[in-house]
Design a protein around this ligand. Sequence first.
Ligand SMILES: *Cc1c(COP(=O)(O)O)cnc(C)c1O
Length: 356
Amino acid sequence: MENALPQEIEITKIATSKITEVDFENLTFGNIFTDHMFVCDYVNGEWQTPKIVPYGPLTLDPSARVFHYGQAVFEGMKAYKDEQGDTYLFRPDENYNRINKSAERLAMPAFPENYFFDGLYALLKLDNAWIKSGEGNSLYIRPFVIATQPSVSASEADQYRFMIICSPAQSYYSGDVSVLVAEKFSRSANGGFGYAKAAGNYAGQFYPTKLAKEQGYQQIIWTDSNTHEYVEEAGTMNLFFRVNDTLLTAPISDRILDGVTRKSLIALAEKQGIVVEVRPIKVSEIVAAAKDGSLKEIFGAGTAAVVSPVKAFGYKGAHYEVAPQENSYAAHFKKALLDIQYNMAEDAFGWRVKVQ
Ligand SMILES: *Cc1c(COP(=O)(O)O)cnc(C)c1O
């Protein structure tokens, strides 16, 4: 990708901050946004001067292609504040690289690295008061790109908008989840774009998930689209299965999103001498392990919840419980990752990045 020249960011500050109106003790995820947002348009084959402006609605032509063909990609990352008031990101290069990987698959232009980081850092500086210290508090960061070209012709656009919006978040314990193993629906297929954080991948999951909810499950474990015999991942989380003391997780493919949390957990586990098998995992194998008691844990891994324990799963009309574990890997890994993220533990892998 071409090395773009560093550009000044045009900053327009909000007249009066909205922060005093926010109840930081009672946040629900993703509903409140900080004072500012980062915006950069792509026209005539070039990214224009980036801007930071007060958070607010956009004006787009109704024919903008994103509305019709879903040409849109996004990222999800978090900023954390330690007790000294310093702000940190966790492996942000991974998010930067991934949004461009997603963009490439959707025939969208790559976003320059210096724009991404200069914009993100400037935004985090400006809205720094919105990042609260204390474990569980964070700022959820949502970079995204949409096709803005006004035209309903079904092809890739020549105008785009890159944006970053930020939402203060708390961690909640919403209870361990029950999940349904997909037998009919698929979220992705060979040759598709399951590996991309592309809007359409999520839109297509809402209906099957709605049906699963009617059966008392909160989420779906997606299986491979060819045979539905292999477990892949959940809606916005990669999956880990603990059988006896071995961790199993499916290999990354063009159907599965390459999660930062997943690869961080694999690295942490291997460092601690826990055996991790990255290989195709049959549903039948998990069912057998649930029946003979060797299935100790199932958990999802993703930026939003870090680690999310699964207490039961449904498959072919049967319901399997996963009994709570005394020395749970899920709890152990959650703490290990949070301690690194909040600058409370040594960062052996160099994952933490201080926002200057
Ligand atoms: C975002 C996402 C994940 C988790 O990725 P992280 O980088 O760990 O947040 C897993 N699966 C899907 C489908 C996702 O969208």
